[in-house]
Design a binder for this molecule. Structure first.
Ligand code: MN
Length: 448
């Protein structure tokens, strides 16, 4: 694995002429993540287009392209970023992306001669709305946290919580791309079948065990041809970047349907992602050793690489906050219910890419991977209510004398992520959030 190396764009002393970028927030000049955006309510000619976050602003790449000539590979990458989805940009690969990052960095750097031209290319994030960053052809969800897999397995199989394959391959399933939604899109509680405790006949109705899953999303950059597996050593060259992902899950629907073919309607109604994709290059200072203990079996050759073992994990701090209708009515702040770190994952993104393609499956630019629920080693670091409430049996106490075993209508789940390390600028992922709306009303007589 060739790690994205450190360069001038990671200099912690670098400051931007955009003052809000120097205030310790999520988007300093060392971050430069991509999103697809437009001015809110902009229907007359305000096309969806690529933007780069800088402080509280968005550098409008369409406006930039009209006033600043980039050269070479950076120009090619900039043209790809003007489209309403970033698949072409993602597919360019590390060299062109790195050239664009360097050109953006120079343009936004304090003292840049381009400041006077670019000042009119900024759009306040407060005035923007976002679309999905890519047209997602395929979405795959993994299960890469051994702490999550063990805790959930224990609920179902107390004697042998981990399945025998767990330490040998990154377990995953093919998810549903059509219902991946951008942050701030509310969705309806799903209807579905469940088997009530002790019953022998299922019933149909609104899910009573709606949950979140704290995950990291990975956007694929360059793809591979069908029949040509991606070797583990170069797997990360195919990673464009990371975002936050909430894999909403209806546990009652899931429990009744999942055998023998795995998750289906319990997870295909909504998946929320954050709008900003943090590039692999921006994350270069925040790499960690793979969390797999040395005493565990070594992975098979196609999943094993010294540099993946040494630095394949991403050190991304993660937290989940919950905001309920009652809390909003009373003017109370959202409350944090979990905090963990992506570096605890047992399988790395590089291993997911190598495993996914090992049999010849082709990935395409803009494909999305979910990491699986990220739970840390401690109980308070669990990334789902299923774990935080011990299967619903120990409800969480919330401000305003409320409790939650699972999500209620009106609940808003907010996820945040950030990277912090001595000697580097802190950078953040922004927010991934959405609100649960009531189920659609069932009209029993309306069939046909
Ligand atoms: Mn999941």
């Amino acid at each position: 694995m060739k790690a994205a190396s450190l360069n001038a764009t990671h200099d912690p002393a670098a400051r931007s002429w955009v003052a809000s970028a120097n205030a310790g927030g999520d988007f300093p000049i060392q971050n430069l993540p991509f999103a697809v955006f437009r001015r809110r309510g902009e229907s007359d000619g305000g096309a969806w287009r690529g933007g780069v976050a800088i402080g509280d602003e968005i550098l409008d790449l369409a406006a930039l392209a009209r006033c600043v000539p980039f050269g070479g590979e950076a120009a090619q990458a900039l043209r790809a970023a003007l489209q309403p989805s970033l698949n072409e940009l993602m597919g360019l690969g590390p060299s062109a992306l790195s050239a664009l990052r360097a050109a953006l960095f120079e343009s936004l750097l304090e003292g840049s001669a381009r400041q006077s031209m670019l000042i009119d290319c900024l759009v306040p994030q407060a005035d923007a709305e976002y679309a999905l960053p890519a047209t997602i052809g395929d979405y795959t969800d993994f299960y890469a946290s051994i702490h999550h897999a063990t805790a959930v397995g224990r609920l179902f199989r107390p004697d042998h919580p981990l399945t025998p394959n767990y330490r040998w391959m990154p377990i995953g399933y093919h998810g549903r791309a059509s219902s991946v939604m951008i942050s701030s899109t509310p969705f309806h509680r799903p209807l579905g079948q469940r088997l009530p405790a002790g019953a022998d006949t299922p019933e149909f109705g609104p899910s009573a065990r709606l949950d979140f899953e704290l995950e990291v999303g990975a956007f694929i950059g360059r793809g591979n041809a069908a029949g040509t597996p991606i070797p583990i050593a170069s797997a990360e060259q195919h990673l464009f970047g990371l975002c936050l992902l909430n894999d909403w899950s209806a546990r009652d629907i899931q429990a009744w349907e999942y055998q023998p073919l795995g998750p289906f309607l319990g997870k295909n109604f909504a998946t929320t992602i954050s709008p900003w994709v943090i590039t692999r290059e921006a994350l270069a200072p925040f790499r960690s050793p793979c969390a797999r203990p040395d005493a565990d079996p070594h992975p098979l050759r196609h999943l094993e690489d010294p540099s993946v073992r040494a630095a394949g994990a991403f050190d991304v701090q993660l937290e989940v906050l919950l905001d309920t209708a009652v809390m909003r009515e009373r003017g109370m702040q959202a409350v944090r219910i979990s905090r963990t770190n992506f570096r605890h994952a047992y399988w790395t993104v590089a291993q997911m890419i190598a495993h996914h393609t090992a049999g010849g499956c082709n990935l395409r630019p803009g494909d999305l991977f979910g990491s699986g629920t990220q739970s840390g080693p401690e109980p308070a670091e669990a990334g789902s209510l299923l774990e935080l409430t011990a299967g619903g049996g120990k409800p969480l106490a919330l401000p305003g004398a409320q409790t939650r075993s699972f999500l209620a209508d009106g609940d808003r789940v907010i996820m945040r992520g950030w990277c912090e390390r001595a000697g580097f600028a802190r950078l953040g992922f922004g927010v991934c959030e959405a609100q649960v709306l009531p189920s659609p009303v069932i009209h029993p007589g309306s069939a046909g």
